[in-house]
Write a protein that binds this ligand. Structure first.
Ligand code: PA5
Length: 464
């Protein structure tokens, strides 16, 4: 069985089939430009104004890390092992690109009840908590109370916790404020001068900036870099995602291999044999020729929701510029068929439904039990023996048929399995697709000047 992610837009052919071949040259040129941007970045040459900022470094990063660049994988793996063996709770602080990628990996690849399992059933890795991704007093206060009430003896492994603080700029208020608060709690717990207070904080940050300065000044033992040339929302395959993922026991080499493999497919294959280009082509033509500028990522399974939210950010922050760019929306089916389904079926014809499915489930398929005749009022005995994946497949096919019957376009992306290799492919594919689409429509995908506007205003209000 092929391990490669697949993409099929034949259900949208009735709208875009004729235009697809005409787009091939322009699309392949946009792809070549996106890859040439990597050369430009690596050459250290002058970057023209219209390409600044240039954050194309994510494209060849998986390959470079696998080839041993800076020994980073080995040093992350060894620090992650020591860190994970010393704590039972890992608090990860970060927001936006410094948060959502790890959340996507955790939800897709760890047990859905990770934090509720005994340590041994979790593979001997810590529980995971996110903070610093909002200014929400209630969640912040609850996590601090939980740590305070459940952690009273720092000598006990099961009562030890540590912090991974992630901020490329080091200047993001949400994360910086949370770090100050959790650092104070951590120092109170272990003693400000103790070795543990230093060992159990791992900063992940840019080469320069406030968090880098703070880390140097406090003298944290391990600080991992977010390289220049890799933007926040493109940073999941830097230490931002890789370090905490390693602590959680995720096979990051497999993941990077998936990312590197899809990059090579994207770089070399023509339209029609290239899932990345095929995906961009379908979405772009539906938007350009049919005003379908709502892009619905229709995930079939709870474990892909966070990957969808990560993609919402990626698409919105990268293409939402100059009054352009599609609006992303993630749905989780079948759950959201009972909420948004009505609008997708009969609402405005302004959207493409991009299905994201998983070929085979990772757990034993559960089947519907047969009940005694006097308990068959729900009339489910007629499908007794069918499995949950079979019911899901019926929902997928039935939903797609309903859209097709009403001439509403869909596309189908399928991961053979929900594993580290597949997630590597999926996230890299969506990052490449976003970048190529940006080059196709003449937008710089990197940078987020609109986000800076709110940050500046907030600073003016707070620091006046
Ligand atoms: O994509 C981006 O660059 C942003 O979403 C950032 O990741 C987000 O603003 C957090 O920034 P930082 O990592 O500098 O704290």
């Amino acid at each position: 069985m092929s391990k490669q992610i697949s993409f099929d837009s034949s259900s949208a052919d009735f709208l875009i089939g004729k235009q697809l071949p005409l787009l091939a040259d322009g699309l392949q040129a946009a792809r070549d430009e996106a890859f040439a941007d990597v050369e430009l970045l690596r050459s250290g040459g002058e970057v023209p104004n219209n390409k600044q900022p240039l954050d194309s470094g994510f494209i060849d990063l998986p390959q470079r890390l696998l080839a041993g660049e800076d020994g980073l994988l080995e040093s992350m793996q060894s620090t992650a092992k020591t860190f994970g063996e010393k704590i039972d709770r890992m608090v990860v602080l970060g927001i936006g690109g410094s948060y959502m990628g790890l959340r996507a990996l955790h939800e897709a690849l760890c047990d859905p009840y990770h934090n509720e399992l005994e340590r041994s059933a979790r593979g001997n890795v810590p529980k995971l908590y996110f903070e610093g991704n909002n200014l929400d007093n209630d969640t912040l206060s609850s996590l601090l109370s939980l740590l305070k009430n459940q952690c009273t003896n720092p000598e006990e492994l099961l009562e030890r916790w540590g912090i991974v603080v992630i901020s490329k700029s080091g200047g993001t208020l949400e994360t910086a404020a949370a770090f100050r608060i959790f650092r104070q709690a951590l120092e109170e717990y272990y003693g400000a001068d103790s070795d543990l207070a230093k060992e159990l904080v791992i900063p992940v940050t840019g080469e320069t900036g406030k968090l880098r300065d703070l880390s140097n000044s406090i003298g944290y033992e391990a600080t991992f870099p977010i390289p220049d040339g890799v933007g926040g929302r493109f940073s999941v395959f830097t230490a931002v995602g890789l370090f905490p993922a390693t602590v959680l026991g995720i096979d990051i080499k497999e993941m990077l291999q998936g990312a590197a493999d899809i990059t090579e497919v994207c770089r070399t294959k023509p339209l029609g044999e290239n899932p990345v280009l095929d995906y961009v082509a379908a979405c772009h033509l539906l938007e350009r020729d049919h005003a379908m500028d709502m892009r619905v990522l229709s995930t079939w399974g709870n474990r892909l929701e966070a990957a969808g939210l990560w993609y919402d950010q990626l698409l919105a922050e990268s293409l939402g510029k100059h009054e352009r760019g599609a609006t992303p929306l993630t749905v989780v089916n079948t759950r959201d068929l009972h909420s948004r389904g009505q609008q997708h079926q009969e609402g405005k014809r302004d959207r493409v439904i991009n299905n994201l499915t998983v070929g085979s489930v990772g757990t034993d398929a559960i089947s519907l039990p047969e009940m005694a005749a006097n308990q068959d009022q729900d009339l489910l005995n007629r499908i007794a023996g069918k499995t949950i994946p079979e019911l899901l497949q019926a929902a997928i096919s039935g939903t797609n048929k309903a859209y097709t019957d009403d001439k509403r376009p869909t596309t189908d992306m399928e991961l053979p399995q929900l594993d580290a290799y597949g997630m590597g492919q999926l996230l890299q594919m969506l990052m490449l697709a976003t970048t190529i689409e940006a080059r196709l429509i003449g937008i710089n995908p990197y940078g987020q000047p609109g986000v800076e506007a709110y940050k500046n205003n907030m600073g003016e209000i707070l620091y006046k």
